[in-house]
Design a protein around this ligand. Structure first.
Ligand SMILES: Cc1ncc(COP(=O)(O)O)c(C=O)c1O
Length: 422
């Protein structure tokens, strides 16, 4: 074997060619929205560690519940045992989720929680004697995770290209264009396409899965809530379940607690993760409606949901999540997010370049899409030199900060984005 190909590193990093990855800043401490590096830099974090750290780093209240829970017990299995942190969090999620999404199944990551949602949807139909309904329809531009089923549902070859020869064909419909306030005319064709697709495939289709209102990793596209209401009606007419993947959008990112809150429609199954545990521990939840849950109640054990990640309902994760939701509700986060939105929109106005295709913003997310990904290739080092941490990918330069970010910090991030294009 050619020794020059022998990787010098034990730690294998995500989404990168290890042979020539750039040097990464080493973080030794983090506080609020600031990352402190070993070589003495202070970086304002503009992307809240893949959108999870909504309350900022090293939060005293979250630290306290974590330590208190660790002093009681850090983990016990949920198979055959139970505990209050999981019970309390499940009850809290049932309270804050829309409609009758009352039944909470925990898992350890967003991808796994989407897998669970798909399993629930397929078994929902099977438990009622219909094993034919096993397809999942998804949207163009979707991203639902990196496990096999979630790659299959996603639509971004940057993530799935290496497996294109393994992944089965899926039924996919076009995500609506025109943004949040799309005209009826813009929605006509995607709704008609969804209607036609569901009519054609419903005997084999268990569910439609969408990232409601905002697609993130697949391209930061924003679409109208009216599409969700139309999708709900179409699904209902054809006995197809509706799944919302709110792993990225949940907990305020679109300006409401959940993206679902922008529409009247309520999904049958909703998936949350990321901000659920505020960047403390990997955890996620798949939340089912009464109708879905009831289809699993039976005297036959074969109708039970056969899934059980080792760390599901981890007490540390549940305690932190419960406290995070309390902070969100008691400290008026929706107002903070609205303010972040105003600043993003105001400063984006000042950013102009012929390299830009579009600037988009919703809630606590702003993205600048450029014509060529090469444009952004040195943004990361440009920003680090100026004390900002942002990791653009493909042709998207985006900001998704912690909601506790100060005006000064956010304005600095947005100024660095502007200077890059000046
Ligand atoms: C919409 C959506 N679904 C699922 C996932 C996967 O979550 P995880 O990285 O926790 O597996 C992500 C992650 O970015 C996501 O944005």
């Amino acid at each position: 074997m050619d020794s020059s190909l022998t990787p010098p590193e034990n730690l294998w990093y995500p989404y990168v060619q290890m042979k020539n990855r750039p040097e990464y800043p080493e973080i030794v401490r983090a506080e609020g929205c600031i990352l402190f590096t070993r070589d003495g830099r202070e970086l304002i974090d503009g992307i809240s560690s893949w959108w999870s750290v909504i309350h900022g780093y090293n939060h005293p209240a979250l630290n306290k519940v974590l330590v208190d829970q660790a002093n009681r017990f850090s983990h016990v299995m949920l198979g055959g045992l139970t505990h209050q942190p999981a019970q309390l969090l499940a009850a809290k999620l049932a309270e804050i989720c829309p409609g009758d999404l009352n039944h909470v199944f925990f898992s350890d990551s967003g991808s796994v929680a989407v897998e669970v949602a798909v399993k629930m949807a397929i078994q929902f139909h099977r438990n009622q004697g219909n094993s034919e309904k096993r397809r999942i329809i998804s949207l163009s531009g979707a991203y639902h995770g990196d496990t096999f089923k979630t790659m299959e549902l996603g639509d971004d070859s940057d993530f799935t290209g290496a497996f294109s020869h393994v992944l089965p064909d899926t039924v996919r419909v076009n995500v609506p264009k025109g943004g949040y306030n799309a005209e009826e005319a813009d929605l006509k064709s995607p709704i008609a396409e969804l209607q036609d697709t569901v009519v054609r495939h419903h005997p084999q289709t268990a569910a439609l899965i969408v990232e409601p209102i905002l697609q993130c990793a697949g391209g930061f596209r924003i679409y109208s809530p009216a599409y969700l209401d139309a999708a709900r009606e179409i699904c209902d007419r054809h006995n197809v379940l509706l799944i919302y993947d709110e792993v990225a959008t949940g907990f305020g990112r679109t300006g409401r607690l959940f993206a679902a809150n922008h529409a009247n429609a309520v999904p049958d199954i909703m998936v949350i993760g990321k901000a659920l545990t505020a960047g403390y521990l990997g955890h996620a939840a798949t939340i089912a409606s009464n109708k879905v849950y009831r289809a699993f109640l039976s005297n036959e054990s074969s109708k039970a949901l056969m899934h059980g990640p080792t760390y599901m309902g981890n007490p540390l994760a549940c305690a932190v999540a419960f406290e995070g939701i309390r902070l969100f509700q008691e400290e008026n986060y929706l107002e903070k997010i609205n303010h972040i939105h105003q600043l993003i929109v105001q400063e984006f106005e000042k950013i102009c370049s012929e390299k830009i295709v579009e600037k988009r913003a919703i809630g606590g997310m702003g993205v600048i899409e450029v014509k060529s990904s090469a444009t952004l290739s040195n943004f990361r080092s440009f920003a680090i030199e100026r004390g900002v941490w942002i990791r653009p990918f493909a042709s998207y330069l985006y900001v998704m900060p912690a909601y506790v970010i100060s005006d000064e910090q956010l304005l600095k991030i947005l100024r660095v984005m502007r200077e890059f294009f000046d």
